[in-house]
Ligand binder design. Structure first.
Ligand SMILES: [Zn+2]
Length: 452
């Protein structure tokens, strides 16, 4: 990553959340960053000695009343470059990530051309080095052109440092092709990340089978389009002993399948989006394409199952599926507009406000865990997702008490396709440090957005 110059930084008086026997407590810490890494952590009384450990050139950040957490990791982001630079670029998308507190993001391959060769993977890595401000993990396609036929060169991907493969945007329909993918993944240990959608069951469907479909007379895609594929692939994961990761899980049936296979010891994990955790198809009250995403918003029963799944460990992580589209593209209503909404800048404040503060279904520590530590564990991203000595300094400072209006001034993304504009959120990201450099810092122009 390019942005954020590595320097010596002392973060003082920060609050970190510690959990013991399910009780959350705040501990005051001072933390020193040197040469990209966390060099010292002082807790409580140890903090007296902190100045002996830094040089006069060190930058000192007073983090009084701010929560210090491990930088967030999002394994599902559409950066749109190359090919769709009007929607987003690697530069703007990583800036949006930094603004949302993310320090590592995985780039989906459905660009133009599709990322389906080791040359394309290297191109993304190089471009991210040059213009990106956070760590970018390219996730190449499972099949050439994501066409669902010819399996890509997994061994070459692995050698290039890739962690997983996906044809996101569509699911691999043919079972025979999926078998070849599992066999290849078994040889080299890549994680299979599947956008679970049986096209023959979902074709043409733009919303869930339910209220919005009736109201606006729209073609539907039901729950089975998702869970039939989850079921098929979970069987294959068991057969081949390969790690299968279910992308943007959205139905109660899929949650139950993942739960059962996990119980049997199958290597299967799942991610859920902030929008599927906070909205249902009953929230679609006008022909507004900012409520159109794939998989579609489901019912309240599904949403509740997702929350239970997150709490009981069936669902491992939160991923935004940040999917930027231009205003023009999204102006065509539910039927004609492309699928997807942006999510990087709103993810934490939205989930903190809705699920932790208002609905009280999730603890703050659980939310942080599902956005950082557990994501790193699920994808074996060693050293990431935790605040520990010697780890890369990927950190976020959050003001939990600051209420702000989530409007366009809060976006670094080139697109603004989100149904959350105008919402009031708590949990403002004040600073993001990626690989030891400051990549996002609240500026004065931003103050207008504070109500307090
Ligand atoms: Zn997808």
């Amino acid at each position: 990553m390019a942005g954020g110059q590595a320097e010596e930084i002392l973060i003082k008086n920060a609050q970190i959340l510690e959990v013991s026997s399910s009780l959350e407590s705040i501990v005051l810490v001072d933390l020193i960053i040197k040469d990209h890494f966390i060099a010292n952590i002082f807790k409580g009384k140890e903090r007296r000695n902190r100045y002996e450990q830094i040089t006069p050139q060190a930058k000192i950040i007073d983090a009084s009343n701010l929560l210090l957490a491990a930088g967030f990791i999002d394994m599902h982001v559409h950066l749109r470059e190359p090919g769709f630079e009007a929607k987003e670029t690697i530069a703007s998308g990583t800036k949006a990530a930094a603004r949302g507190g993310f320090t590592t993001i995985a780039a989906m391959p459905n660009t133009r051309p599709v990322i389906d060769s080791v040359e394309m993977v290297s191109w993304i890595q190089k471009r991210a080095q040059e213009v990106g401000v956070v760590r970018v993990l390219p996730i190449p396609a499972m099949t050439i052109g994501s066409a669902g036929e010819e399996v890509g060169d997994f061994a070459a991907y692995l050698a290039a440092g890739v962690v997983g493969v996906t044809d996101d945007g569509r699911g691999v329909e043919k079972k025979s092709v999926m078998e070849s993918i599992f066999k290849k993944a078994q040889e080299c240990g890549l994680i299979i990340m599947q956008h679970s959608e049986m096209h023959q069951l979902s074709a043409g469907g733009v919303v869930n089978q339910g209220k919005a479909a009736e109201r606006f007379k729209l073609p539907v895609q039901g729950n089975e389009a998702e869970y039939k594929m989850v079921e098929r692939d979970a069987d294959l994961a068991e057969k081949y002993g390969v790690h299968l990761h279910i992308q943007h899980i959205s139905t109660k049936e899929s949650v139950e399948i993942v739960r059962q296979y996990k119980k049997r010891g199958v290597k299967i994990s799942a991610e859920v989006t902030p929008h599927h955790l906070t909205l249902t198809d009953a929230d679609i009250v006008s022909d507004d394409a900012n409520y159109k995403m794939n998989p579609p918003l489901r019912t309240e029963e599904d949403r509740q199952a997702l929350i239970v799944g997150l709490l009981d460990g069936t669902i491992d992580c939160i991923a935004t599926d940040h999917a930027p589209h231009t205003a023009l593209e999204k102006s065509q209503g539910l039927l004609k507009s492309p699928f997807g909404i942006i999510g990087l800048e709103s993810a934490f404040p939205l989930l903190y406000t809705e699920l932790v503060l208002k609905q009280k279904v999730l603890s703050l520590s659980m939310l942080l865990h599902k956005m950082s530590t557990q994501v790193a564990e699920t994808f074996s991203l060693s050293q990431l997702g935790r605040i520990s000595l010697g780890a890369p300094a990927d950190l976020v400072l959050i003001n939990l008490d600051r209420e702000f209006t989530f409007d366009k001034s809060q976006l670094s993304s080139l697109s603004s396709n989100t149904p959350y504009l105008g919402s009031y959120f708590f949990g403002k990201i004040m600073m993001t440090i990626a690989n030891g450099g400051i990549v996002w810092e609240r500026r004065d122009s931003d103050v207008n957005n504070f109500i307090a």
